[in-house]
Design a protein around this ligand. Structure first.
Ligand SMILES: [Zn+2]
Length: 489
């Protein structure tokens, strides 16, 4: 720089013109000003483009204009909070671009893919990934040279270690796992099996969508799968019973001989177990079907439906990924069979694993549901923070007192009931298991919802193993591995 300056001085580019004579270099200086002005103008235009047109595009995120961004920007990376790359675009020497997913099927549904349409975070964060906030001068220079700028990085809330733990624990079985922080709504885990490899999804597309393929690999079971809730629905029944019997729910008693008979109908406890005399707490901990069928028959069907609605059945749930709405179908004129079945989470009631996770999270968070979210913040390619996302409350699903009673009852499920698989010296857990029948002659779907530590919850989980058998023996051990991995850090 110094040498250049000396050279310019020697060549008299910057000496003052003498007298009234026009200096021969004056025209050259004027030219320099013009070039600088044009350059500044381009920077200003670029700034305007980024600030104004981008805003325009936010409001039309499916506008074709957004896809034209792909001609100017290399799609950004999707990473976890610890910097683990979940998706990135590799640019070849010839300028060709390949989207890479280093973990293959591990994040297949939640991170998604961006070929053959877009799913998961690839779709949710499409706009950010095609926006580039590299510094303005670098940005403009690259555009002038016809080079692409690097898109922004989407930093997710996902926890790769817990995701891997849940994925491995499910093994070869079909099912789903959702883990989130009850007090923030940050989603740490979303696993759905079977999955697919997003690196090769385009090549395998025909077989993935073929009518012969009945495995539903592309379906995000966590959010889009609907299952009978089985005994996890006893949390809803319990809440309603407490609401209708605030003073005397402690007096509830039921004598279980393994099969509750009512008129022509019989409701059996799991494997015909006779639970003996049950308090409400014991019936919940042991998941006594007879007790809950008997209890459900006494409830006000209209109020039960209203409670189900408050708990987001038949409702939209606050999530930005595609999901299926859970269903609660029992009307006030329901016959005895439907009333008995609905009381134990069978019949026509259906729920997604994600919705069940949100119910556990709301109980864990004193009744307040935090909106689940997946994106922590956006960075430019250089790692500078561009925009952050904060937790926000959806609303209250139940009172703090009701949440406290449910938590106490769910702790007993772990301490001496069907979720003893999550009993640990490292933490206290609260849970409810379920073994949901869905077709005569087939093994039940195994459920567990819960949270830990019970007194100050940091994690809420929902696990389903399709045709896994009992919730206590198939789903709870998966939750156990997730809790252990998290609390032994
Ligand atoms: Zn029983």
């Amino acid at each position: 720089m110094r040498k250049l300056w000396e050279k310019l001085k020697k060549e008299d580019h910057f000496s003052q013109p003498s007298g009234g004579r026009r200096h021969p270099n004056e025209s050259m200086l004027r030219l320099t000003y013009v070039v600088v002005a044009v350059f500044v103008g381009m920077i200003l235009y670029e700034g305007w483009f980024l600030a104004v047109r981008r805003e325009d595009t936010i409001n039309n995120s499916y506008n074709a204009r957004l896809d034209s961004f792909a001609e100017r920007v290399v799609r950004g990376r999707i990473v976890s909070g610890d910097g683990t790359v979940l998706a990135e675009t590799v640019v070849g020497e010839d300028g060709s671009e390949i989207r890479r997913y280093p973990f293959g099927p591990l994040f297949s549904h939640v991170v998604g893919y961006s070929s053959m349409g877009r799913t998961g975070l690839e779709d949710l964060a499409h706009f950010y990934l095609l926006s580039s906030h590299v510094n303005l001068i670098e940005h403009t220079l690259r555009e002038l040279m016809g080079e692409k700028n690097m898109g922004d990085t989407v930093v997710t809330t996902l926890d790769p270690v817990l995701q891997q733990t849940a994925y491995d624990a499910l093994g070869d079985r079909r099912g789903a796992v959702v883990v989130l922080e009850p007090d923030t709504g940050r989603v740490l885990v979303m696993v759905s099996k079977p999955g697919f490899d997003p690196n090769t999804v385009a090549g395998e597309w025909d077989s993935l969508v073929s009518a012969d393929n009945t495995s539903g690999q592309l379906l995000n079971r966590a959010a889009q799968g609907l299952y009978p809730p089985g005994s996890t629905f006893k949390t809803v029944m319990l809440l309603e019973y407490i609401r209708e019997h605030p003073e005397d729910y402690g007096d509830f008693r039921f004598d279980c001989d393994g099969c509750y008979e009512d008129g022509e109908y019989a409701i059996r406890c799991y494997h015909g177990n006779a639970h003996g005399t049950q308090t409400l707490e014991e019936a919940f901990a042991n998941s006594c079907n007879g007790a809950f069928a008997y209890l459900g028959k006494q409830l006000d069907a209209g109020k039960l439906a209203a409670t189900a609605k408050e708990l987001l059945f038949n409702s939209d749930i606050p999530i930005s990924l595609p999901y299926s709405r859970s269903a609660y179908m029992m009307g006030e004129d329901a016959d005895l069979w439907e009333r008995l079945q609905t009381s134990i989470g069978q019949g026509r009631t259906q729920i997604s694993p994600l919705h069940n996770a949100l119910l556990a999270a709301a109980i864990a968070n004193g009744g307040t549901l935090m909106k689940p979210y997946f994106i922590d913040h956006i960075e430019n390619a250089g790692g500078d923070r561009i925009r952050g996302f904060l937790p926000s409350a959806y609303g209250s699903l139940m009172t703090a007192e009701e949440a406290a009673v449910l938590t106490g009852m769910m702790e007993k499920v772990v301490a001496g009931g069907t979720a003893s698989a999550v009993k640990s010296d490292l933490y206290t857990a609260a849970a409810k298991t379920g073994s949901a029948e869905f077709e005569a002659g087939r093994e039940t779907h195994a459920w567990m919802i819960g949270f830990a530590p019970a007194e100050n919850p940091r994690l809420a989980v929902s696990v389903i193993v399709e045709e896994g058998g009992s919730g206590g023996s198939a789903a709870a051990p998966i939750a156990r591995k997730i809790f252990d991995a998290y609390f032994s850090r």
